[in-house]
Design a protein around this ligand. Sequence first.
Ligand SMILES: C[S@@+](CC[C@H](N)C(=O)[O-])C[C@H]1O[C@@H](n2cnc3c(N)ncnc32)[C@H](O)[C@@H]1O
Length: 258
Amino acid sequence: MKGKVHLVGDGPGDPELLTLKALKILQSADVVLHDELVSPEILALIPASASVIGVGKRGGRPSISQPEINRLLVEYGLLHLNVVRLKGGDPFVFGRGGEELEAIRSAGLECVIVPGITAALGVAASIQLPLTHRDAASSLLLITGHRAHEIGTQLSQADLAKTTVVIYMPGQEYSRIHRELISAGVENKTPCAIISQATTPHEKVHLTQLGQLHNTPELPAPTLLVIGAVVRFAKPAVAADFVSLPLHEALSALEGSL
Ligand SMILES: C[S@@+](CC[C@H](N)C(=O)[O-])C[C@H]1O[C@@H](n2cnc3c(N)ncnc32)[C@H](O)[C@@H]1O
């Protein structure tokens, strides 16, 4: 019998957001190749008998290339092992899961996909921000920071006003993203939220407006940027306020000032 390679999403950070299916597969793994963002609590669920290999991209330090990761997945699969590729969020949302799937299929191996909660959904739940809302947004655009300039070519002016835009990997280039979104036609007063390390105990939220986005402080990675009218529903519902504290502290501070 040939080996099986599982592409498993581990969710946005909170270990309790791992699915039961992901847990079951992890517990029967022979080899686990994991991303940098996978939490220590989730890594602790892997049986001691399994080989655990970190293949994540580490800021500034040398990391394993994507072709090398693909090669390892195939090599272990061909050894008839139960292989788990454990990825942050969902494997098919900005996770290069599609490339890994192609490599596994080309080698004639079986591939199983286990979805995970993507960062946008984790953030939405964590700060109580509905990504769509009948009064505020009827569509949702997930895009990466370096593609922010394409928003204007993808959406008409009318659609932009009714769309929640979620930018993965915004980096610290808020000035550039601000310029690009303004030239794409997004209004300066549109509410924005930057969420750092969402769903973890270190979560921080910065609420602002597009016109002030370039004044965003540096927050620890990973961060996600949400732009659109729905941000005003976020907890705390003060879209123009600056909050750069763990959310529970920010809420207490706001409550104290009311
Ligand atoms: C390479 S992408 C992988 C996305 C992942 N596949 C997913 O579905 O969430 C990594 C980016 O996801 C976002 N991200 C992942 N986890 C996050 C978290 N806990 N808080 C905020 N952003 C997060 C950040 O924008 C980060 O730079």
